[in-house]
Write a protein that binds this ligand. Structure first.
Ligand SMILES: *Cc1c(COP(=O)(O)O)cnc(C)c1O
Length: 220
């Protein structure tokens, strides 16, 4: 039986080839939020090392032990980050995908300087201008990127978005790619279980896939 992970990797490869892209330019971030360590271990055993979690507290409970068991783990924070959790986030995560405001960027820079712990960061863009959703407004993205790079000297690698539910994501993918290109950022994190193939067609370098790898998340 082919595992779900292998199937997703094959689909990523096929989507890349369809757009004449090199499959190796696309990174799979396996979103393990809510799933137990036991479930995650199955996927680690298959060789996956890059994971996404959306809550600092939950990651702190699961990942230190998993990192001791498996080497080479790379953890991405893909959920909202409060300034008072920055210290903990920097000690756990390798990438913070959800930097969306100057206050948070300044807190990351300050605590990084103090502790010596550094992270790559992506700027989260609220491409649908949804009031309940995190992310910087598209027209303020360039200014936030400039602040992070020029003043705060953060390692800004890319941009990330979560398109509005129930809407065709393509225009959001296009908008995010434009923002990445005009700011000369190489990483474009977009696409989830339902739309990662389309995201790859529109330039995603990182897709964040949960359900299609781990199955549906147990509800609380
Ligand atoms: C949960 C989550 C995902 C993964 O979603 P699936 O539909 O389960 O693949 C991707 N990105 C973010 C920011 C998430 O919170």
């Amino acid at each position: 039986m082919t595992s779900k992970l292998i199937k997703i990797k094959e689909k990523i490869k096929a989507a890349a080839q369809l757009s004449s892209r090199n499959p190796e330019d696309i990174t799979l971030v396996a979103v393990s939020k809510i799933h137990t360590a036991q479930t995650i271990i199955e996927v680690l055993k298959e060789g996956q090392r890059i994971f996404g979690e959306n809550r600092v507290q939950e990651a702190a409970q699961k990942w230190p032990a998993l990192k001791e068991q498996f080497s080479g783990v790379v953890l991405h924070l893909i959920g909202p980050l409060q300034s008072n959790k920055v210290r903990q986030a920097l000690s756990l995560f390798d990438v913070i995908e959800t930097v969306d405001r100057p206050k948070l960027a300044r807190a990351i820079a300050r605590i990084s300087m103090e502790t010596g712990e550094v992270c790559d960061i992506y700027i989260q863009v609220n491409t649908g201008l949804e009031s309940q959703k995190a992310g910087v407004a598209p027209e303020q993205a360039d200014a936030l990127i400039a602040l992070c790079q020029d003043e705060l000297k953060l390692s800004v690698k890319g941009v990330m978005c979560i398109p509005p539910e129930g809407e065709d994501p393509v225009k959001h993918f296009k908008l995010l790619k434009e923002i990445a290109q005009r700011n000369k950022l190489s990483v474009i994190s977009m696409g989830m279980s339902g739309d990662f193939e389309s995201a790859i067609e529109h330039g995603a370098t990182h897709v964040r896939v949960g359900t299609a790898i781990f199955g549906s998340r147990p509800s609380h």
